[in-house]
Write a new protein. Sequence first.
Length: 315
Amino acid sequence: MTGYIVRRLLALIPLLLIVSFLVFALSFVIPGDPARTLAGGFHATPDRVALIRHQLGLDKPVIVQYWRWLTHALTGNLGRSLFKSTLVASEIKRRFPVTLSMAIGALVLIVVLGVPAGIAAGTRPGGVVDRAVTLGTSTAIAVPDFWLATMLVVVFAVKLKWLPAIGYVSITHSPFQWARHLLLVWFAMGFGGAAPVARQLRGGLIDVLDQDYIRTAGAKGLPEWRVVFKHALKNAATAPVTIIGIQFAYLLGGTVILEYIFSFPGLGQYFLIGLSTRDLPVIQGVTLVVALTFVLLNLLVDVLYAYLNPKVRLG
């Protein structure tokens, strides 16, 4: 297992270099010229634009710009916002816990809803519970998270006044208020995410429970719950584990609309502001953090997959 992890870590080195170059290349893809924008837009003189371009280092060769940006990024220096002059790394450090709180709570809800539903449907295929889970997962997949979030705010915040509609409270300030402000967000994000987990686990259990070794375990007189949880669930969990990892990465990178609905100062809001103002260091910094999160989560999923399936690490 250790050798497999070492091989996966070594394979990440070229992948991280490719990711870093793609993030740096955003400076050539995003419309507009940061130097001209800072110099005053279309009314800026060519000399002023050239001066700003020199100060930003944009007049140097591309490989020099990339190496300078990469070495700074490796030390945690993601530059300053072009318009607010604040450190991008400091803003990301301040906002990342907000987005992480949203994602972790939604992931817990995904597991709590998806795993029991998948087990209940997979152990009784074709039954009433299986049909109810199929209908529920189809509905959950079809409902957009932003629409569900809006409806939750209307019902539980505006009509019933049980929960706050907007705002974020830090967990260090009040854990109860932190969870109270995030509850609607967790459900809006987790409801749809639980559906593919339940479906994948259902399909995996149906296939595994039809195997000879499972029938042998049942013929030996083992209780059904033990056959399912000890022998079948581990082998059926490989696909759901992959889905959960992908879901968590998506939750971290796809919170822009929900942060806007609930007025949360997270990475999504920060990225949206940077995108609207074409603030290149902000766009690059947030994109880099999200991309690295995807890479690290994929590594974790690979390790869990190898733990569940020894053929992977022995291959």
